[in-house]
Design a protein around this ligand. Structure first.
Ligand SMILES: [Zn+2]
Length: 178
């Protein structure tokens, strides 16, 4: 039977969704006392020691490690920079240069027009030709995180975005491209 309670002190997911689940339900003082007594018998202590020994020095399998890592990638990770890692950039691509490009572009995404204020963080500075070693002004453009992700997408998109951004900067600042 599914129990529906209109008033209960737990705020998360309503308990009735879980039916018989004991999720979030506090054991009674009697139950706590019973568990404590059961856990402190010599047999229980010996059993716990045995489990500890069996697990000692055990490493996660590669699959498990992969699973943990996967959980930590993408937007959930605070270091996420729209699909690129910072280590790959040359030294000259520093914060001062990025700031200079953002200011040149008015702190506005040159693809969709989103502003720094709307984005609530510094906008990305994108390498137009996707060569991270090429940090010339005419190869750098300010993008929001979303557009930066799209521009770094599949090979077909990359080429299309490169042409679009080059044309944009030629129009704005007179840069010449081959
Ligand atoms: Zn954008």
């Amino acid at each position: 039977m599914i129990e529906i309670q209109l008033h209960h002190k737990y705020y998360g997911v309503p308990r009735y969704i879980y039916g018989h689940s004991s999720r979030g339900r506090k054991p009674s003082p009697e139950t706590i006392e019973k568990n404590r007594a059961a856990a402190s018998t010599p047999e229980a202590i010996e059993r716990m020691r045995a489990v500890g020994k069996a697990n000692a020095g055990r490493k996660h399998t590669p699959e498990v490690v992969k699973k943990y890592r996967a959980r930590n990638i993408g937007t959930k990770n605070g270091m996420w920079r729209g699909g690129v890692s910072l280590e790959e950039y040359p030294r000259e691509f520093n914060e001062a240069l990025r700031q200079q490009i953002r200011e040149r572009d008015g702190n506005v995404c040159q693809c969709c027009g989103r502003t720094r204020e709307e984005e609530r963080q510094n906008l990305a500075v994108h390498h137009i030709d996707h060569n991270k070693e090429n940090c010339a002004d005419d190869n750098l453009i300010t993008l929001c995180i979303n557009c930066n992700g799209k521009a770094n997408g599949n090979a077909l998109n990359r080429h299309m975005y490169m042409r679009v951004f080059q044309q944009k900067l030629t129009k704005l600042y007179g840069y010449k491209y081959n």
